[in-house]
Every structure is written in structure tokens, then in C-alpha cells.
Write a protein that binds this ligand. Structure first.
Ligand code: MRU
Length: 358
């Protein structure tokens, strides 16, 4: 164990909850500025999720759980039924900010379900007590995520072997979660164990999560990381510089089809050609058994200006037609396994995911 090898724990915290307020590291400003912003209202939390100030499937789930508290914190004098109604409205509002990552609706659903259970089971419960329990539940969701990420790291670190080149796409790192990340968890823990390997971070057009976030956090943590543009992955694979790919996920359908950042499917198709295994680091909160296959996953379509501008600079002609799907779906056949908190799940995925998680 190299003591000074890894400093991911000293990275600025993605989310903090203190004295009834949520503070978010503004990821749109990284890597240039490390600025955290206290959230003052549910509208601000909605906006922070929409604008990707907080992003990454687990992190938006946690932000949603805390965010919903803003919608009800000054409503605790309401009778329980009206308080519950307000909670449901707040949850539906936050859920409308981004459609693809299931973690957001998962966390919001968990908050509402807890309140409903309290109301149905305890006749004497009041809105103040429900608020307190909901706050505890949000903290629990946040704390559980830390443990889940660590276990993904422990279950996946054996895949990262001495001398390997490991490709990752987008940011499924510490910044996208409570701590440690999902795709980066095996990377951080292998690094901590003294394994020598290199990571290649895809730039991840159009919003550059790989360049701005993944390469930044891995570099800060002392991991050997090289930034490449998305269209360089095939070349690096052809030169045998990449032996393994680990990516995150936003929604895993019951059959194993996996939505993740746009470009992930391309990486998986290339990897298949070059015979390189692709693993999806996947907390159980991202598995959606209500979605049968990838065809049923709603893909977020974002502002065309994310494509026609590079920062402040216009890079596409005015009036040009643009498509900007933020995610794609990697067919399950291209996935070697899901690194989960309960171990590595291999094909047949439908059967094995159900067996492990229901
Ligand atoms: O649009 P983003 O930046 O929220 O997309 C994030 C991703 O696609 C991540 O890979 C995914 O959420 C996994 S995060 C552990």
C-alpha cells in the first residue's frame, strides 16, 4: 500500500449537507475554478442539475434527495396530507430536470415512499417528524453511496493489472458521486495498492466531462492519466495501448442494455473489434428493472448550442441543424460485465442481475 499515492479523499467534495443547506461543487467551472455554491431554493437545485453544475447519475440522485427538502422545509406547519402532497409535487418538479439517469427518480421515489409509509403506519405522526426523517433518509442515501462506490472499487480493482492501459469515457469519478466514483473506484484502489498502469481519459464531446473532470481528478490524485480526444480511441486501441475499458452508467435496463454518456457505445463497438473487454461500473441504484430493454430508455436531448459553440467560440454556422443526444445505449452483448457493489455480474445479465438485486 503506497501511503502517498492517492489523494482522491482530498478532492473538493461534490456535495455537502450542513445545517439544512446543500452545497454543490460547481462542475461547470472545473478545472479552471474550484468553487462551491450553497443552494438556496428548490428552483436553484433544479437549475444546478439541469445545467450540470452537479452531474453524474449518483450525484444527481443525492442532490435530488436533498433538493426535495427545500420544497417542504417551510411547510411543516401543514397537515400531514397537504405536506405529503407538497413533497410529491417537489419530487415531480426535480425529476423533470433530467430524464435519463434513473438515480434521480430512484432517490426521489425513495423519499416519497418513506413519507407515505410514515403516514400510513403512524396515525400520530406530524409534518415536523416526517421532515426530520426525510432529512435523515437523504443523508443515508448520500452515505450509502460512499459505501457502494468503495465496494465497486474493491470488486473491480483486480481487473486493473500491472502495465495495463485503461480507457474511460465521460466522468464516472469522484465528482459524479459522493466519493471515489464508480468507474474510477477500481482505478483509485488499484493505484492505492501500488499497481502501475495508465489511464486514458476520452475528452467527451460536447461538454468535455473527460477533459475537464476525469483527467483533472485523476491527475489531482496522482494517477497516471493521459487525455485523448474521442476520435483517438480507435488509434490507441489499434496500437495496443488500451487493454481494458471501464465506464459508468446512467440507466441499466433489465436485459443489461446500458445508457451512458454519448460516445460510450462507440467505445464499446471499437473495443469489440480490438477484443478489449468493456466493464460497466454500476451501483444498484442505476439498475432499472422497470425498463425492459435499452429501447425504452428516454435519452435527454440538450441545447444545440452545446454543439455549435466551443466555450465562447461559435464553431458551427448560425442556423445549422443540430442533434445533441446526451446519452447513447450500449447493447448488452458488448459488455463484459457489470462491476457492482455485490460483485462482478456476468452474462446472462437479465437472469444474473435479477438474482443479485431482487
Ligand atoms: O451528462 P452527465 O455528465 O451527467 O453524464 C454522466 C455520465 O454519463 C456518467 O458516466 C454516468 O452518470 C455515471 S456517473 C458515476
Amino acid at each position: 500500500m503506497g501511503e502517498n499515492r492517492s489523494s482522491y479523499t482530498s478532492l473538493a467534495k461534490t456535495l455537502t449537507w450542513q445545517d439544512g443547506f446543500l452545497t454543490l461543487l460547481d462542475q461547470t467551472l472545473l478545472p479552471g475554478e474550484v468553487v462551491s455554491e450553497r443552494q438556496e431554493s428548490i428552483g436553484q437545485v433544479w437549475d444546478s442539475i439541469k445545467k450540470l453544475k452537479v452531474r453524474g447519475a449518483p450525484a444527481i440522485g443525492i442532490a435530488g434527495a436533498y433538493g426535495v427538502l427545500y420544497g417542504i422545509k417551510d411547510k411543516t406547519d401543514l397537515p400531514v396530507a397537504e405536506f405529503l402532497d407538497q413533497l410529491k409535487k417537489s419530487a415531480a418538479y426535480l425529476d423533470s430536470s433530467r430524464p435519463t439517469a434513473v438515480n434521480l427518480s430512484w432517490a426521489l421515489h425513495r423519499m416519497v415512499a418513506l413519507a407515505e409509509m410514515m403516514v400510513s403506519e403512524k396515525q400520530s405522526v406530524d409534518s415536523v417528524i416526517i421532515y426530520k426523517l426525510l432529512e435523515e433518509e437523504a443523508v443515508k442515501i448520500h452515505e450509502e453511496d460512499k459505501i457502494i462506490c468503495r465496494n465497486i472499487g474493491l470488486n473491480g480493482k483486480g481487473l486493473v493489472k500491472e502495465g495495463m492501459g485503461v480507457l474511460t469515457h465521460c466522468n464516472a469519478g469522484s465528482l459524479a458521486t459522493s466519493e471515489l466514483g464508480t468507474a474510477t473506484a477500481p482505478i483509485y484502489l488499484a493505484h492505492e495498492d501500488g499497481v502501475e498502469f495508465r489511464v486514458f481519459a476520452d475528452e467527451t464531446r460536447p461538454l468535455l466531462q473527460g477533459a475537464r473532470l476525469t483527467s483533472w481528478e485523476l491527475q489531482q490524485s496522482g494517477v497516471d492519466v493521459t487525455l485523448i480526444t474521442d476520435n483517438m480511441a480507435a488509434f490507441m486501441m489499434s496500437k495496443r495501448e488500451i487493454d481494458l475499458a471501464i465506464v459508468g452508467c446512467d440507466r441499466v435496463a433489465a436485459n443489461g442494455d446500458t445508457a451512458n454518456k454519448i460516445g460510450t457505445m462507440g467505445v464499446a463497438i471499437l473495443a469489440k473489434y480490438f477484443n478489449i473487454p468493456v466493464y460497466v461500473a454500476c451501483p444498484s441504484s442505476t439498475i432499472d428493472f422497470n425498463t425492459d430493454t435499452g429501447d425504452d430508455i428516454v435519452i435527454e436531448e440538450r441545447d444545440p448550442e452545446e454543439v455549435t459553440f466551443f466555450g465562447e467560440r461559435r464553431t458551427g454556422p448560425e442556423g445549422i441543424k443540430v442533434r445533441n443526444p446526451a446519452f447513447d445505449v450500449t447493447p448488452y452483448e458488448l459488455i463484459a460485465g457489470f462491476i457492482t457493489e455485490k460483485g462482478i455480474i456476468r452474462a446472462p445479465f437479465r437472469e444474473n442481475l435479477i438474482k443479485t438485486f431482487t
